[in-house]
Design a protein around this ligand. Structure first.
Ligand SMILES: NC(=O)c1ccc[n+]([C@@H]2O[C@H](COP(=O)([O-])OP(=O)(O)OC[C@H]3O[C@@H](n4cnc5c(N)ncnc54)[C@H](O)[C@@H]3O)[C@@H](O)[C@H]2O)c1
Length: 318
């Protein structure tokens, strides 16, 4: 049975009550499943309700509604995954990006302050780092300064949460996550676009290592990092880099997806500007290792091959 606020009314779980925003999304949904398996009481919210997944309708832009919702739930901790989740999703509408990602985050922090919720795990991004002229590893102390409206909104959201950590004592872990891949991602990205082209038999044009390098992390590793952050209970505001441990060219990723010999012709070109996560070097995850005991576990080449498997083998309809 589902309660009005999206709380499951079944047997009482032993763990903390965790509320997840963006709970219908790629990461939010996967995190919710893991937290339930760990014995947490899980409630979720998103733009639209989803009965099966126990998610209530809540627009983060509606301050009064967010305040009412968090007050009624009074969770022990919030995982904030609700957002316009990439530069490509509101490229022509930076105001929407800021309304959801910045004002929405402020509304949530204020609701947590009023309800006395002491802890938050925020899904931040490597997009908060300033574009770097080199490919040196990027620790959390690297210069901040976003390359686009998405990055700016994540950086501003971090600033809001840092202020609430410092002035209101809401302990916040901001996971600065690189590009997430895996089954269930609905927003368009290199993997889905490549698989669509292969399915349609279209040739591919890709850049080599002179251009935008990608640092993918599998959704299972992100879920592990979020779970470890829930367990870590660190005071103050703590940004922590999370990535999958590889730094690959577009060509290398596309070749892993296209198989050998490739199912479609691949043309390789050089510099095409720096895009996506290519604007900084590989994230340094020493802090994630030290504070969370995090170590990426998913073999990225194997996972990409698995996602492409049915298509490359020709068993998927064109
Ligand atoms: N996917 C990635 O590569 C990646 C990388 C780094 C950081 N992140 C961050 O992780 C978080 C989750 O990303 P995801 O990949 O699951 O994205 P997603 O787009 O699959 O999920 C985001 C969810 O937020 C919801 N949402 C959008 N506007 C809302 C609003 N006004 N009120 C309430 N909910 C709203 C959407 O409906 C969606 O279900 C985001 O904060 C994103 O910025 C994602």
């Amino acid at each position: 049975m589902i309660g009005m606020l999206g709380i499951s009314m079944g047997a009482a779980p032993a763990g903390p009550h965790v509320h997840i925003t963006g709970a219908n999304g790629f990461i939010g949904r996967a995190v919710a499943n893991r937290l339930r398996a760990e014995g947490c009481e899980v409630s979720g919210s998103d733009l639209r309700a989803s009965g099966d997944e126990d998610v209530a309708a809540l627009d983060l832009r509606e301050r009064a509604a967010v305040i009412r919702h968090i007050a009624a739930l009074a969770p022990d901790i919030v995982i904030h995954a609700g957002a316009i989740s990439g530069a490509m999703l509101a490229a022509d509408d930076p105001a929407l990006m800021f309304d959801v990602n910045v004002t929405g985050t402020l509304n949530l922090a204020e609701a947590m302050r009023l309800a006395g919720v002491p802890r938050l795990v925020f899904l931040s991004s490597n997009a908060v780092y300033a574009p770097a002229p080199t490919r040196a590893p990027v620790p959390e102390s690297a210069p901040l300064g976003a390359a686009d409206a998405y990055g700016a909104s994540k950086l501003a959201a971090e600033a809001v949460l840092r202020s609430y950590a410092e002035s209101q004592g809401i302990a916040t872990i901001a996971l600065r996550v690189s590009s997430v891949f895996g089954p269930g991602r609905v927003t368009p990205y290199l993997v889905s676009q490549t698989l669509e082209a292969i399915r349609a038999g279209e040739p591919l044009t890709v850049t080599d290592e002179r251009s935008n390098m990608r640092q993918f992390v599998h959704v299972d590793d992100v879920v592990e990092a979020v779970w470890r952050a829930v367990e870590a209970d660190l005071p103050g505001f703590t940004p922590i880099n999370i990535t999958g441990g590889t730094y690959l060219s577009e060509e290398a990723i596309v070749r892993l997806l296209a198989g050998e010999p490739p199912r479609v012709p691949i043309t390789v070109i050089g510099e095409r500007g720096r895009e996506d996560d290519g604007h900084v070097g590989p994230l340094d995850i020493a802090r994630a290792r030290e504070l969370l005991g995090y170590e990426p576990a998913v073999d990225i080449a194997a996972a990409l091959g698995e996602m492409a498997g049915p298509i490359v083998a020709g068993s998927s309809p064109a």
